[in-house]
Design a protein around this ligand. Structure first.
Ligand SMILES: [Zn+2]
Length: 142
């Protein structure tokens, strides 16, 4: 059975919809609360990134926490890493996998064999984690 991660998505109150759409604040959060959470998540992300990058030693510019609707994370060609705030609501293992996945894209901008080998060096059970993560999907609530 699919687990549904429907927490905190989209505007909850009509009257603040406009503001919320601009900031993309998840449901159940006020802008202030979301910003506070993002700060907490960013601290965790930076810690984990530093931890794994002791091994990879890659260069990245900026990490941001986002309310992305379809992706767990992304890595731009300018070496900026974006992480979906939802990864911090999953298990630590899944969160670390996404962080390492995006980190490895700094070296391999694709999903080639080389890329997965790189991921595997720090997340040996990445295949199981990916399988588990496929049980989750995003719900866009109106
Ligand atoms: Zn990827």
């Amino acid at each position: 059975m699919k687990k549904i991660l429907k927490i905190f998505f989209g505007p909850s109150k009509r009257r603040i919809r406009r503001k919320i759409n601009i900031q993309r604040v998840p449901i159940g959060f006020t802008i202030k609360e979301y910003q506070k959470k993002k700060k907490e998540f960013l601290e965790i992300a930076e810690d984990r990134m530093i931890f794994f990058n002791q091994f990879y030693n890659l260069e990245y510019k900026n990490i941001s926490i986002r309310n992305q609707k379809t992706r767990w994370g992304s890595c731009s060609s300018k070496n900026n890493l974006n992480l979906n705030y939802r990864i911090f609501l999953l298990s630590d293992e899944m969160r670390d996998y996404v962080i390492v996945h995006e980190l490895c894209h700094l070296k391999e901008m694709n999903h080639s064999r080389n890329f997965w080998n790189l991921v595997q060096e720090q997340i040996p059970n990445y295949k199981n984690i990916r399988k588990e993560m496929k049980q989750y999907y995003f719900i866009d609530r109106k």
